[in-house]
Design a protein around this ligand. Structure first.
Ligand code: ZN
Length: 175
């Protein structure tokens, strides 16, 4: 997994590419929350759910289906009567949620991500995993390990996201 503070970098970068009439502070906040929500599955440890279980860490909440459900749920509750095109908001919320497991698949530790749960149990990583995996506990984050995680996430997530956020408006104007 990536650290919880880093996941929102992707929806923020993504927002630079959206037609701006769809972008609102509420949507940005929702995108950031969507990018964090999958890791709420760590509460499963407290209830004795094992890591490798479908409801365990990086299980169902890290799947494509979960991203579809969460995006649809938010779209048709919080964003139903808001300005902006339905499909743009839906797609943004879906990609914001999906960005979470995709980033986790780039990390160099853990059991992998159940991207196709509940249909396929297998857990996946990308073949290239440059991001230092984040510890599961806050205590371990305040160590050399945490320092390596921060440097790695700055390099592989925040920097590319900042570049994307900058070129997004240029591409929009060109289009
Ligand atoms: Zn995760």
């Amino acid at each position: 997994m990536c650290s919880i503070i880093t996941h929102p970098a992707v929806p923020l970068a993504l927002s630079g590419f959206l037609p701006q009439e769809n972008v609102s502070p509420a949507l940005l906040l929702a995108g950031a929350v969507c990018s964090i929500i999958p890791d709420l599955d760590v509460v499963g440890f407290r209830f004795g759910i094992s890591y490798g279980d479908i409801l365990g860490h990086c299980g169902f909440t890290h799947s494509l289906l979960f991203a579809v459900i969460l995006a649809a749920l938010l779209m048709f509750t919080l964003f139903r009567n808001r300005a902006g095109k339905t499909w743009v908001i839906l797609l943004f919320l879906f990609l914001s949620t999906l960005s979470h497991p995709l980033l986790d698949m780039l990390t160099n530790g853990g059991l992998g991500v159940a991207l196709f749960a509940p249909f396929i149990d297998e857990r996946y990583f990308f073949p290239w995993r440059p991001i230092e995996v984040s510890p599961l506990t806050v205590g371990k984050f305040f160590s050399d390990w945490g320092g390596r995680v921060i440097i790695s996430e700055l390099k592989w997530v925040w920097l590319p996201s900042a570049v994307a956020f900058t070129i997004g408006p240029v591409i929009r104007r060109y289009r």
